[in-house]
Design a binder for this molecule. Sequence first.
Ligand code: IPD
Ligand code: CA
Ligand code: CA
Length: 269
Amino acid sequence: MKERQNKVELQVLQEMLGKTAALVQRAGEIILSAKDIWSVTHEKTSAADLVTEYDLAVERFLKEHLWEVCPGALFYGEEEEHNEDPTRGWAFVVDPIDGTTNFVRGIRQTAVSVGLALDGAVQLGVVLDPFREELFTAVRDGGAFCNGRPIHVSEKPIEQGIFGMGTAIYRREFLEATLKLTEQVFRRACDFRRMGSAALDLCNVACGRTELFFEYSLCPWDYAAGSLIVTEAGGHISTLQGTPLELSRRCSVWASNWVNRDVLKELEV
Ligand code: IPD
Ligand code: CA
Ligand code: CA
């Protein structure tokens, strides 16, 4: 009986995933249509913290349409006021443009990220890289995919691997810790990358392009979708303290393939 219920649930999730992915593809077209981006760019808290009219347009579009996928779900988008708790009931956790600085500067490493959670547990995740036309998707217990093909984390130990990291740009107090951790991992690894879109950094771990990723401070919309894509691809994700990620607050993120899941315990964080 339980199995049957789960099966129905998976089907429902898969239907919701299809609809969400179609909307995210349309949101990607807004990004691809962008022109004169600097002229519609504003500083939020500093020159390192930007928002463009396109971030707002993508968020507006998704807010207008995502309710059709899951009526009644909370919309928890980066550019909104955050007065409600995304860990209660159904909630879309949305980053309209992850990698805004890249987008503004014409560095084609930017994503749309949409996660749908139920009581704080992400049920489906969609991350679109509109420039590479790569659509990463996952539903809970249903595997992870890129453009419909199954993806899996790599099997390489960090000694044969490369890692991604983020600089927690909006929380400069983590600068020293970030550099110290980067040095420790770099001493063991072949190389590292700082690509500028946490959602895509997580997808890179999920599809085996990198072996690890970490950042000292990310928001729920940065990691909601990507976290499910990593675990459904056979990877591991937690905070740098080894605790589960929570959608209700900012936290650190450590994502790795399965063979490197314990490397964190050997590092000073
Ligand atoms: C940022 C990107 C970046 C990460 C920052 C995020 P945004 O998101 O994911 O890679 O280092 O911590 O805030 O501001 O471009 O949506
Ligand atoms: Ca982001
Ligand atoms: Ca963003």
